[in-house]
Write a protein that binds this ligand. Structure first.
Ligand code: PMP
Length: 462
């Protein structure tokens, strides 16, 4: 019998078991155990409930993934049917199955350009690791094995496996569990509000792209395999690059014959108002990594899509690609992803984000919060946004680190029925794509109330 957590266990039982046996990701588990984790038990649409009966607006779509919202019976049915017919089989040894092939075809049809071939993985991190091995292997099979340096950005996020953590530009991650994977270089991030000084957006965009060319020349153009970036940085705090940034980056990649990889684990599947962030930001990538919104988070599945140029070279090379996961192309996860894409199309969700709810969300956020004394800056696209909390708006003076402004704000949100994530002192939102206008209004009102409470708390502790 399935575990009915609500009826069989009290919140305290679950918290005690959690404290005794669970090591939480990206968490100071000792500190968490002292207060007890909040226990989430149910979801419907954009709403969550905890075991204490509190109703919470999920402004983060889980972890940027529950794009079609909670409680979609169609996805449940797709999983149940596939589990009955063939719950699992692999695609390693001269076999395949319809869910994997149909999903590969479907992904190829929604990705931009000629990204027609798909490698499946179980998570965004696995997709990123696959991409690292794949682009290095690509250069090897075309006779340039020395092209093995991959360039990415400071404060980029590309996952938690050793490859993903190495490729990402998170200092806190590099500091643990190393040494990191060699031959990965990081350049500055295009964070205009926080790092441009007096430069206007265009000059800053150009300078950040120039950093790529400078690094390529420094390490030797013939040694570089690929440049990897998120179209819009997500876990780094929702940072939208200046409008010219990707055009300049792309031109530099082409100039030196370097593969351009878009890590679309967050931006993919409608988040920015197009199927892929690459389309919104004007990028023509050679490879795309994707996960999360592919199945709306209902089951773990991820993929790397590659261009014909890359795929043809790998396929022409008469040797096994020595890489794969037990769950590559998992039939049940693939069936759910297929149904998820069918639902997205049937409900016209990408258009809804691009032309209706995305612009409405961006406008309402600004109308409600831009004038708030705490909010230094709001940036975002589609249904993702980041807001910088500052001590002084005019001079962009941040709060002292030990004020923990972001965490204070996050806790007020949680206490008041709204999930917003804090990345340092940037507050981040990425609600399910199915959010309605009235729910956006409610989200903004809750956010304003919580920002007021945050301001009061920060003043009190000054
Ligand atoms: N790449 C990006 C851009 C991500 O945002 C994430 C996760 N937030 C990952 C990779 C890693 O995905 P996962 O957590 O599924 O391994």
């Amino acid at each position: 019998m399935p575990i009915q957590q609500e009826s069989m266990f009290t919140t305290r039982d679950i918290q005690a078991t959690d404290a005794a046996h669970h090591l939480h990701p990206f968490t100071n588990t000792g500190a968490l155990n002292a207060k007890g984790a909040r226990v989430i038990s149910k979801g419907e649409g954009v709403w969550l409930w905890d075991t204490e009966g509190n109703k919470i607006l999920d402004g983060m779509a889980g972890l940027w993934c529950v794009n079609m919202g909670y409680g979609r019976q169609e996805l449940v049915d797709a999983a149940a049917q596939q589990m009955q017919q063939l719950p699992y089989y692999n695609t390693f040894f001269q076999t395949t199955h319809a869910p994997a092939t149909a999903l590969a075809q479907e992904i190829a049809s929604v990705t931009p350009g000629d990204l027609n071939r798909i490698f499946f993985a179980g998570s965004g991190s696995e997709a990123v690791d696959t991409m690292i091995r794949l682009v290095r292997h690509y250069w090897s099979v075309v006779g340039k094995p020395y092209r093995n340096i991959i360039i990415s950005r400071e404060n980029g996020y590309h996952g938690s496996t050793i490859g993903g953590a190495s490729l990402g530009g998170m200092k806190g991650m590099h500091a643990q569990g190393g040494p990191m994977v060699p031959n990965i270089e990081h350049i500055r991030q295009p964070y205009w509000y926080g790092e441009a000084g007096d430069m206007n957006e265009e000059a800053f965009g150009k300078a950040c792209a120039q950093a790529l060319e400078d690094r390529i020349l420094q390490v030797g153009p013939d040694n570089v395999a690929a440049f990897v970036g998120e179209p819009v940085q997500g876990a780094g705090g929702v940072i939208v690059p200046p409008a010219n940034y990707w055009r300049e980056i792309q031109a530099i990649c082409r100039k030196y014959g370097i593969l351009l990889v878009a890590d679309e684990v967050i931006c993919g599947f409608g988040r920015t108002g197009s199927w892929f962030g690459s389309q919104t930001l004007g990028i023509e990538p050679d490879l795309i990594t994707m996960a999360k919104g592919l199945s709306s988070g209902y089951l773990p599945i991820a993929a790397v899509a590659m261009s014909d140029r890359v795929a043809d070279a790998l396929i022409a090379h008469d040797e096994d690609f020595n890489h794969g996961f037990t769950y590559s192309g998992h039939p049940t996860a693939a069936a759910v992803a297929l149904e998820n894409i069918r639902l997205m199309k049937a409900e016209n969700i990408v258009d809804y984000v691009g032309t209706d709810i995305g612009p409405y969300f961006q406008q309402q956020l600004r109308a409600t919060l831009a004038e708030h004394p705490l909010v230094g800056h709001i940036e975002g696209v589609g249904l993702m946004a980041g807001m910088a909390l500052v001590q002084d708006k005019a001079s962009r003076t941040p709060f002292p680190e030990d004020a923990n402004a972001g965490l204070v704000c996050r806790d007020h949100c949680f206490e008041n029925g709204l999930i917003m994530r804090a990345v340092g002192d940037r507050m981040v939102l990425a609600p399910p794509l199915v959010i309605s206008r009235s729910e956006v209004d409610e989200l903004c009102e809750k956010a304003r109330h919580c920002f007021d409470l945050t301001l009061a708390s920060l003043k009190q502790s000054e």
